[in-house]
Design a protein around this ligand. Structure first.
Ligand code: ASP
Ligand code: MG
Length: 410
């Protein structure tokens, strides 16, 4: 049995007409000789609407019930899609995350998949059914858990890995992965291939096309992903191992305006106090995106880190206590920032990339508030209002228009 997993996002199942189109498309896949599992997201903006409904009745909705409420979005779309497939004369069955054995960790709104008991999916496939699975959800004990926003990607990849599928297709309303968001840069190039690592970095730095964690699962299982348009076979990008790709210095750019910088000045006992501050932040479940420290003299160190803006109030409360106790000189929180990142597996072995980036931004008078480099990514934090120009300038500087990223041997 050759299995294909196809995932359709919220924009591909946003209307009843689209659900009928998806039904036709998955039947075509089946007729081309595959056993088919379809993973669906909730229709259109359903998830946002469900979250807003909870806020209408409670200022702090309980996370268990939130799981129950929000998971219904995917139940609706999967049931409707199964009905649409049946209506076209093909056997289909809709299964919830729990019914198809997706066991997760216990954090209700950002759970990790621990294991998938594929027995029920396989039984249905063997009986020639198209299996339609609700994305974004699993179970912990008897409770329904959610995999985090964009989590249907993780459902699809994990199910494909567990079933040993020959292909995992993430089908969406865009043509694939571009060198930059084509809504910002109109001559951005479509990449034929991108490595797992590059895609994980792009997703972590603001590219919203795929959930980063789903790419991590694919990398761990060495599962290639095709991401492309649901209703056109011409385009698309393969996410694969670096070895299968031609090496290039820079593959893409992303920007993230949903970020804040926290600056701490004049820490006296830097290691001890930083560890105390970081532990308090960690206990609140807050993730630090990037951090830099700068020792100015024996008893004076400055520290800057980036977090999601929604956490700045909690962080401010923690820092207030340290400031009052004179453990830090002062602190500031800047939410008027954006992170612009340049990603590419060839950055580490090419000289002058950072210099080129600074030159381009300096020539255009874009001030860099914080920068950080790794083997595969250079990120700069700048004022929000300059983010779009910075992306355009860097796309030009690194000649990404017209870039061809081919798969080896294709
Ligand atoms: N419906 C969920 C969300 O909006 C999961 C997904 O779309 O992947 O985040
Ligand atoms: Mg998505």
């Amino acid at each position: 049995m050759k299995i294909i997993v196809e995932k359709y996002g919220g924009t591909s199942v946003g209307t009843f007409e689209q659900i009928n189109l998806v039904a036709k498309r998955v039947i075509e896949t089946k007729k081309s000789g595959y056993a088919v599992v379809v993973v669906v997201s909730a229709m259109g903006k359903t998830t946002d609407n469900l979250i807003n409904m909870a806020k209408e009745v409670s200022s702090e909705p309980g996370s268990r019930e939130m799981g129950m409420l929000v998971s219904t979005g995917e139940m609706v779309s999967s049931a409707l899609l199964a009905m649409a497939i049946q209506n076209l004369g093909q056997n289909a069955i809709a299964l919830t995350g729990s019914q198809c054995g997706i066991v997760t960790s216990s954090d209700y709104d950002n759970a990790r998949i621990k294991e998938i008991d594929t027995m029920s999916i396989k039984e249905q496939l063997l009986q020639d059914y198209i299996v339609v699975v609700t994305g974004f959800q699993g179970k912990n004990g008897r409770d329904i858990t959610l995999l985090g926003r964009g989590g249907s990607d993780a459902s699809a990849v994990a199910i494909a890995a567990a079933l040993g599928a020959v292909e995992c297709r993430i089908l969406t309303d865009v043509s694939g992965i571009f060198t930059a968001d084509p809504r910002i840069v109109n001559n951005a190039s479509l990449l034929k291939g991108i490595s797992y690592e590059e895609m994980i970095e792009l997703a972590a730095s603001g590219a919203q096309i795929m959930m980063g964690r789903s790419v991590e699962i694919a990398r761990n299982y060495n599962l290639e992903i095709f991401i492309g348009p649901g209703f056109d076979n011409k385009y698309g990008t393969v996410i694969t191992k670096e070895d299968n790709l031609e090496r290039i210095t820079i593959t893409g750019l992303s920007s993230d305006e949903d970020v804040a910088l926290v600056n701490l000045y004049d820490l006296k006992y830097v290691t001890r106090d930083t560890s105390l501050i970081l532990n308090e932040i960690a206990e609140k479940g807050i993730n630090i995106i990037l951090m830099l420290t700068n020792r100015l003299s024996e008893r004076k160190t400055n520290l800057t880190f980036a977090v999601k803006p929604e956490y700045t109030l909690e962080i401010g409360a923690i820092l207030e206590v340290f400031q009052k106790a004179r453990r830090i000189g002062h602190y500031s929180i800047d939410t008027d920032v954006a992170q612009v990142s340049v990603v590419g597996s060839g950055i580490a072995c090419t000289h002058g990339v950072v210099a080129d980036l600074y030159t381009a931004l300096a020539q255009n008078k874009i001030d860099i508030l914080m920068a950080s480099t790794s083997e595969i990514k250079i990120s700069v934090f700048i004022k929000k209002c300059r983010a779009i120009s910075a992306v355009k300038i860097l796309h030009d500087k690194f000649s990404l228009a017209g870039l061809k990223r081919e798969l080896k041997g294709v």
